[in-house]
Design a protein around this ligand. Sequence first.
Ligand code: PXG
Length: 289
Amino acid sequence: MIINLNGKLVPQELAVVSVFDHGLLYGDGVFEGIRFYSNNIFKLEEHVERLFDSAKVIMLNIAVSKQQMIEETVKTVKANGLADGYIRLVVTRGVGDLGLDPKKCKESFYFIIAGKITLYPEENYLNGLSITTVAVRRSTAEALDPKIKSLNYLNNIMAKIEAGNHGSPEAIMINQQGYVSEATGDNVFIIKKGKLITPDLSAGVLDGITRDTVMVLAREAGIKVEEKTMTRYDLYTADECFLTGTAAEVIPVVKIDARVIGDGKPGVITKKLQNLFHGVTKTIGVKVV
Ligand code: PXG
């Protein structure tokens, strides 16, 4: 595997990061997960835009331009000769010293990995996931705003561990006000009486690129879409439920906290949106040529 290390293509064995990098020492950095399908990097510009927005909020100055970052990403995919796969784009505050003062970090540092990812077995896409809500709360916007895709994912990892302790592969996180926010690496949707509903961004959720794609596709298909505050009650009484994310794509949920959702099988609207999503993955984005 060839890794892009701060603009240089190097073999995996030589792709090493300093132990003084604040990304490692403090989770001080930002990242993106991006998929490519048949040589098309899905919504690459939107991902790079979000990366730079996350960096801006944490006052991390990315040393290259957005256009350069897009070109470096394309270069990395090309160098690995893959038509389909997954990109991890990471920017850290760079090398500093032992002390969290970000001013000690002279220049940000980035690396890009283009490989493969499988989050869930095929069986889960066909028959749906059984998941749980967890006690670990989503961090508030006043602490670490969930809109920032930072390298500090411990909040979500704790939720994932808790779900795992209950035999569940994924967690739905509740915010400090008791409203549904999102899963640990995915946004959550329900269908109720034919309407597509998802928590409003103010519930403390990442502004997911798959989330946005699915809402646009639903509207184009004549499905009503609503963003609103949701409680666990809304989840339990939903007709259908699914999660969206770059890695997971669109995955049905058929059980939440032991409540069967709908008839316990992936719903018709979910399946329709899954198909519509797959239909656009090869067309919207940046071509690898
Ligand atoms: N919420 C959170 C907290 C996320 O981390 C999403 C929602 C979905 O956003 P996108 O833009 O991808 O539709 C994410 C993204 C992984 C992995 O390794 C997780 C994500 C993306 C890529 C890989 O589990 N989460």
